[in-house]
Design a protein around this ligand. Structure first.
Ligand code: NAD
Ligand code: ZN
Length: 272
């Protein structure tokens, strides 16, 4: 993409967001790459390097929850590289830009597939986490959640004080159903929005893959923010080709310029 074309796409994206009433961002692992957290797929991805892990993590948890907890408490994760990156990561310019968009009233909701808590750390508030949050625990019986460390783990698996159900990490395991509350909120947001930002996600995996499709069927415009082409690129009304940490702050600057422009003619109208 030429520089001129990139500028045109930025202008177009800013105009679309500015004109929209309800903007939702669908976010994937790509937004946190600049925070040092590797994605799973694609260049530099953990699966690209180490191969795909077993896809039955949840079934193995259910078969031996005590063993799973013992392993977790001993920190013998097969993803120690991933766990270390998560522990050290701080929000990057893209997370901060999204928090600023929310404060400006230009972003109503974030649907994230990430578990890294970086949107919260950057100051975003309206967030749905489809795959859970690494800093929380969840009851598989009633869906209640707690911050890590709030439930005693001297006996494992911990039991839910409300329903007696088994407690696991909030992070959704391979093979585990997406928590219903999160799924329903996402579907509501996908129906409500008139613009969806696709930030750092290839959106090929269910359920994330269906949200842009639901949104677009109802007339929402799609904007892709990703250095690489994705299967959704052709459906997008604007495409910001580049790392999210570079393009999202530029989008915020354009939005501010548009907001200022809108304010000016009104002043003139009052004077004349
Ligand atoms: P994915 O399939 O959505 O792929 C990542 C996307 O990010 C790719 O399209 C890639 O082109 C794009 N990308 C790379 N660098 C980028 C940048 N600087 N800015 C913007 N986009 C960039 O996601 P995945 O890696 O296959 O992960 C699958 C799932 O695993 C995630 O949805 C998530 O649940 C989990 N995961 C979470 C984290 C996290 O919490 N940070 C990290 C890895 C994986
Ligand atoms: Zn419970």
């Amino acid at each position: 993409m030429t520089l001129d074309e990139q500028e045109r796409q930025l202008d177009r994206a800013a105009r679309i967001v500015h004109e929209s009433r309800h903007v939702v961002a669908l976010v994937g692992a790509g937004i946190s790459v600049e925070s040092g957290i590797p994605p799973f797929r694609g260049p530099g991805g953990l699966w690209t390097k180490h191969g795909e892990p077993a896809m039955d993590g949840y079934q193995r948890f259910l078969a031996d929850p005590r063993g799973w907890w013992a392993d977790r408490l001993a920190r013998q994760s097969e993803y120690s590289e991933f766990a270390k990156a998560l522990a050290e990561a701080r929000p990057n310019a893209a997370h901060y830009a999204m928090a600023e968009m929310e404060r400006m009233g230009a972003l109503q909701h974030i649907i994230t597939q990430n578990i890294d808590n970086l949107h919260q750390e950057a100051g975003s508030v309206a967030i749905i986490e489809i795959h859970g949050n690494r800093l929380k625990l969840r009851c598989i019986g009633c869906g209640a959640r707690w911050p890590l460390g709030e439930l005693p783990t001297d006996e494992v698996p911990p039991r839910c004080p409300d329903c007696g159900g088994m407690v696991k990490s909030d992070t959704v395991m391979f093979g585990e159903p997406i928590p219903l509350d999160a799924l329903e909120s996402c579907q509501t947001q996908a129906r409500l929005c008139d613009c969806m930002l696709l930030v750092g996600t290839s959106a090929v995996v269910y359920p994330a893959a269906e949200f842009p499709v639901i949104a677009r069927r109802r007339g929402a415009r799609l904007i892709e923010i990703n250095p690489n082409e994705t299967p959704l690129t052709d459906l997008c009304d604007a495409v910001l080709r580049g790392p999210a940490g570079e393009t999202l702050p530029k989008l915020v600057e354009r939005l501010k310029a548009l907001t200022a422009l809108r304010a000016e003619p009104q002043d003139e109208a009052l004077e004349s």
